[in-house]
Design a protein around this ligand. Structure first.
Ligand code: TXE
Length: 480
């Protein structure tokens, strides 16, 4: 059985403890690899190596670092098929999705930040004849990056790339549920020319490795994406240490469908925004709010499309949905479906586990599920389910649509469907979320600020926001 290794100080090695954890393939429910069950001694070795490597990495300058990161992007791209297979096997997502989205985006993350750093400006503030101030943005040393299982390499590289480009060294922890592509990438780092200690990847459990990174006194900044509860725990530990924190957490995103929308485009996109990656994207729209006059037409057409979705073998190009990521997660999602029933919801389609046949008979598949008849305050409409489950609620006025949209503790993303330009502006301004898509979904420009409000997180990633997070601003004031 394949054993994945940590990358510490440029070497691939097992955990100091010698212990291993199992890695499962969601499509079959079977164990197919093991990852190091690391602990704080592995994190300590990684932090030591990162600090040793920092002065030279910083001194290499933007262009030197950029060239190395571009080389790594190139190497990942050359091995696209291998990465795509690994991502799909590890996560359960359709191979076609990993090929179209996950791996190209990981490559794009490196290319984007490797070049963004070349154009990252410093501000100057002139005080007439008195003085000139300039902002010197310096890397702080070692960044901690902790990422989740839903978009494994995509989100891992979204943190690592700006951290490295800015001149920091990194101690990173991929999700223990999906460690495979981070490991595959670690085997390319030497060839890419990343010096030993610059990027360290420590595999293992959140409460051990993640907690050790969070609490380490020599890691002054933590960039985290994952569940809101974990984010709160990280903040509890890191805030009194005055660490910089970027927390990208959960969502319960509304999709506002007004009767004047382009119906066909809305329908097509709403199927995607509901069920892409089995609904396991923090940006998925999970609460569909529909103007009452459109509801019967919307319901019929939407259910027809959802029922036609194929849940199946992730390697089959005809599969629209693959498996959800783990047995625990499947049980959590199914428990939410039961909860929705007990809260009085009507299951319009799906609502159960799907048992495939042959090798896939023990895989973790859930039918895309649409629920109606629930009000805004029930748990089903308040808590993040993070699976192929959406609810539909009607509204009569724009004001009511906004009240429903804002009626959760989350505020990550929202989607608005209308042809009325003025309404689009009004609604976009009034919605409490960090991201608003109007007449589209998941259209991503990597220069834009990315993140949420309320319990969806703190801070913004993307573009200059990320480069600012991974540097400390120093004002230098010189008398004229
Ligand atoms: O996330 P966790 P899980 C949501 C989604 C999901 C729930 C839990 O609702 O059902 O979160 O998923 C590491 N200190 N999202 O359990 O635990 C962990 O090892 C430091 C939303 O997988 O938050 C992993 O690397 N780190 C989401 C990472 O944190 C810790 C994506 C995320 O795991 C830690 C995924 C600790 N104490 C889940 N405990 C999104 N918004 O994109 C765990 N970790």
């Amino acid at each position: 059985m394949e054993q994945l290794l940590n990358l510490i100080d440029g070497e691939l090695r097992p955990a100091v403890s010698g212990a291993w954890l199992d890695v499962h393939a969601p499509a079959t429910g079977t164990v197919y690899a093991q990852l190091p069950d690391s602990d704080e001694s592995d994190v300590e070795a990684a932090v030591e190596a990162a600090h040793r490597a920092f002065p030279a990495w910083r001194a290499l300058g933007r262009e030197g670092r950029s060239a190395i990161l571009l080389r790594l992007a190139e190497l990942i791209e050359q091995d696209l098929d291998g990465f795509v297979m690994d991502e799909s096997r590890d996560n359960g997502k359709p191979l076609s999705l990993a090929r179209r989205v996950d791996i190209p985006r990981a490559v794009a993350n490196f290319r984007f930040f490797a070049t963004a750093i070349l154009h990252f400006p410093s501000e100057a503030h002139l005080m007439d004849d008195v003085a000139v101030n300039y902002t010197d943005r310096q890397p702080f040393g070692v960044a901690g990056c902790i990422s989740p299982w839903n978009l494994p390499l995509y989100l891992f590289t979204w943190k690592i790339a700006p951290a490295l480009a800015s001149g920091n060294c990194v101690v990173a922890k991929p999700s223990e549920v999906t460690p495979l592509t981070a490991y595959r990438m670690s085997t390319l780092c030497k060839v890419a020319g990343i010096p030993p200690g610059v990027l360290n990847i420590v595999h293992g459990l959140g409460p051990k490795v993640g907690a050790a990174i969070t609490a380490h006194p020599r890691i002054p900044a933590i960039s985290f994406t994952g569940g809101t509860r974990t984010g709160a725990e990280i903040a509890r530990v890191a805030a009194p240490m005055f660490k910089k924190l970027s927390l990208e957490l959960g969502g319960k995103n509304p999709v506002l469908v007004f009767a004047d929308c382009d119906f066909e485009e809305m329908l097509r996109t709403t199927v995607r925004s509901s069920f892409t990656n089995q609904g396991q994207i923090c940006l998925c729209g999970s609460r569909i709010l529909v103007e009452r006059s459109l509801l019967p037409h919307f319901r019929d057409a939407f259910l027809q499309r959802v029922e036609a979705l194929r849940v199946g073998d992730p390697t089959d190009p005809a599969s629209d949905l693959g498996a959800v990521v783990s047995k625990d997660h499947m049980e959590k999602v199914l428990a939410y479906i039961d909860l929705a029933k007990s809260e009085g919801g009507t299951i319009r389609c799906g609502g159960e586990r799907i048992h495939l046949t042959g090798d896939l008979k023990d895989g973790w598949y859930i039918a895309p599920t649409v629920i109606e008849g629930l009000g805004p305050n029930c748990r089903t409409n308040q808590e993040e389910i993070f699976g192929p489950v959406v609810t539909i609620q009607p509204f009569d006025t724009e004001e009511e649509a906004l009240t429903l949209a804002n009626a959760t503790p989350y505020g990550l993303a929202s989607v608005v469907w209308t042809k009325d330009l003025q309404r689009a502006h009004r609604v976009a301004r009034a919605i409490h979320s960090g991201i608003v898509w109007v007449n589209c979904w998941m259209v991503r420009d990597l220069r834009t600020p990315f993140g949420g409000v309320k319990q969806s997180g703190v801070g913004r990633e993307g573009g200059v926001e990320a480069l600012r997070f991974f540097t400390e601003a120093k004002n230098v004031c010189i008398k004229l």
